[in-house]
Design a protein around this ligand. Structure first.
Ligand SMILES: [Zn+2]
Length: 306
C-alpha cells in the first residue's frame, strides 16, 4: 500500500503499541514534537528525535493527552533539551503542577510516567504554532475527556491522537468508570468529519488517508459498543492487561493476577460490572482470552507477550 503523502516538514515515528506515535515538525526557526511515547521507550524516543534533528534543538513538545503512552518520554526530553517549551491540554494541568499520579490515571491503571513540567496550555478553540505552521486545537473528548486533536487547514493534516485510528479508536476510558462517553466519541468523530482531513496521523498505527472509510469503521465500532457495552468493557480490560504484558514481556500467572488485583482500575471495573464473579477467576479468564486470540502465550505458569 502506498503511504499517504505528508508535507516534507513532518516526520512520523510509528511506534509499537506500548508507545504512541511521535510526530516531529521541523520549522525554519523551531522544531516541535507531538507526543513522547511510554517511559520504557524513552531512550529510543530520544535517539529517534536526535537523529532526525541533526544537531538542532527540540524547541516545543505538545501532548494530545496525558495518558502514559503519550507523555512517558516528556521527562527525558525535558532533561535532554532544557529550553523545551511543553504544551499540554488544560483538563488535568493542575494535577501535573501538583504531580498527582492518581488523578493522572497512572496509579489506577498500573502504568508508569515520570514527573514532567509544563509551560503552556493547548486550549481548545485556540491555535498553536508548530514548526512554521499554525495548527488548530480542537477538544476531542471520548477516549479521554481532556484530549485535544490538532489540525492544519492548509495541508489538511490531522493529528487525531486516539480519537480516530485507521480502524477504530482508543478504549473509551470514562465508560469503564461508569461515566457515559460513547456520545462524546460520536461527536468527536463528527467533528473530525467536518474538518475533512486529507491525511490523518493517529496516536497508534500508520498514517492514513481515505478518512471517510475510517470514519465509517469507527462509527460501526461505536454502534457495536453502544448496543453491547459489555463487549467494550471486556475489550478495554484486555487492552490494559496486554499493555502490562507489552511492558514486562513475561510474567508468572499468579503475579499477573496479583498485579491486576492490586491495580485500582481492575477493582473498579470488576465491582461495577462483574460483582457476581471472583476477581482472580475473572482476570484469569481474560488472560486465557488473550492467549486464545494469539496476543499472549502461556507456557506452564508463565504468561508471555506474543
Ligand atoms: Zn490515550
Amino acid at each position: 500500500m502506498q503511504q499517504p503523502i505528508l508535507p516534507p516538514d513532518i516526520t512520523v515515528f510509528v511506534r509499537g503499541w506500548l508507545s504512541s506515535n511521535n510526530i516531529l515538525i521541523r520549522g525554519r526557526e523551531a522544531c516541535a514534537l507531538i507526543d513522547s511515547g511510554y517511559v520504557n521507550d524513552a531512550p529510543q524516543t530520544l535517539v529517534l528525535v536526535k537523529a532526525a534533528l541533526h544537531g538542532r534543538p527540540l524547541d516545543v513538545l505538545a501532548n494530545t493527552h496525558l495518558h502514559s503512552d503519550h507523555c512517558g518520554g516528556n521527562a527525558a526530553l525535558q532533561a535532554a533539551y532544557p529550553a523545551l517549551i511543553t504544551h499540554i491540554p488544560p483538563g488535568l494541568s493542575r494535577f501535573v503542577s501538583q504531580w498527582d499520579p492518581h488523578a493522572l490515571t497512572y496509579t489506577p491503571t498500573g502504568q508508569s510516567c515520570p514527573q514532567f513540567r509544563f509551560d503552556a496550555l493547548l486550549l481548545p478553540g485556540s491555535e498553536v504554532s508548530l514548526g512554521d505552521k499554525t495548527w488548530q486545537v480542537h477538544a476531542a473528548p471520548g477516549h479521554d475527556p481532556h484530549s485535544v486533536i490538532l489540525f492544519e487547514p492548509a495541508s489538511r493534516v490531522l493529528i487525531s491522537a486516539d480519537a480516530l485510528w485507521e480502524r477504530g479508536f482508543g478504549v473509551v476510558f470514562p465508560e469503564l468508570e461508569g461515566v457515559d462517553a460513547f456520545d462524546a466519541v460520536g461527536k468527536t468523530i463528527t467533528l473530525i468529519e467536518s474538518l475533512a482531513p486529507r491525511v490523518v496521523i493517529p496516536g497508534h498505527g500508520s498514517v492514513f488517508d481515505g478518512v471517510e472509510e475510517s470514519i465509517a469503521v469507527a462509527r460501526e465500532r461505536l454502534d457495536n459498543f453502544m448496543r453491547n457495552p459489555a463487549k467494550h468493557i471486556s475489550y478495554a480490560t484486555k487492552v490494559l492487561l496486554k499493555f502490562k504484558l507489552l511492558e514486562v514481556q513475561s510474567v508468572e500467572l499468579s503475579t499477573f493476577i496479583a498485579w491486576a488485583r492490586a491495580t485500582p482500575y481492575f477493582g473498579l471495573i470488576f465491582k461495577q460490572h462483574f460483582p457476581e464473579l471472583d476477581i482472580s477467576d475473572w482476570v484469569e479468564q481474560l488472560i486465557d482470552e488473550l492467549v486464545r486470540s494469539g496476543v499472549a502465550s502461556r507456557d506452564g505458569l508463565m504468561i508471555q507477550n506474543a
